[in-house]
Design a protein around this ligand. Structure first.
Ligand SMILES: Cc1cc2nc3c(=O)[nH]c(=O)nc-3n(C[C@H](O)[C@H](O)[C@H](O)COP(=O)(O)O)c2cc1C
Length: 171
């Protein structure tokens, strides 16, 4: 068996495009993570890196980029709400994936009872959280949230993101 060939500099044998292309083979759901800074306007961003972490205590996590403009405001509020999008909410995902846009214009929402963070209208499910820990993860953060409350108010299928495109779940 031959040893793997390493680049002389120790750099990995792939570039950013290859990293994205290969990792894009992992399908994810699509969420919008929202927050509401005290006395400020609501903020949010589209997030695919959401995951469940622990049942006892109840913890979830997601990974905002260090370049995210919404994340510092969410962090300052101490809370966030994860909104799991339904298959007919692709437009909402596109809106919340656009940095600097007036993301909440024309979007219906109500404040979560625990945190005040926006629960968007017609989402499949929502998970309201208090920020428990923030870890550094390269050019992203790994944010762990303690779940305060959650619900799945709407039947139907999820919006799915796979290899750079949107789709639906077919059992
Ligand atoms: C399907 C999908 C998943 C995404 N997942 C993430 C993610 O996990 N973390 C992240 O920081 N940005 C993610 N983004 C990109 C952000 O939504 C995008 O950069 C957004 O403009 C950030 O807005 P902000 O600058 O207001 O924070 C995703 C975008 C899409 C369309």
């Amino acid at each position: 068996m031959t040893d793997p060939i390493e680049a002389p500099s120790g750099a990995p044998p792939f570039d950013a495009a290859r990293f994205r292309q290969v990792l894009g083979h992992f399908p994810t759901g699509v969420t919008v993570v929202t927050g509401r800074p005290e006395g400020g306007d609501p903020v949010g961003l589209a997030v695919g890196s959401f995951t469940s972490v622990s049942l006892d205590p109840p913890l979830v996590a997601f990974c905002p980029a260090s370049t995210s403009s919404s994340w510092p405001e969410i962090e300052a509020s101490g809370h966030f709400c994860v909104n799991i999008l339904a298959e007919d909410q692709e437009e909402l995902s596109r809106t919340f994936a656009t940095s600097g846009a007036d993301k909440f214009q024309g979007v219906g929402w109500k404040p979560a009872a625990g945190s005040g963070a926006p629960i968007l209208d017609d989402v499949l499910a929502w998970i309201d959280c208090e920020i428990d820990a923030v870890h550094e993860g390269g050019d992203h953060y790994i944010v762990v949230g303690r779940v305060l409350d959650l619900d799945a108010p709407r039947p139907g299928g999820p919006l799915v993101f796979y290899r750079g495109g949107y789709g639906r779940f077919q059992p």
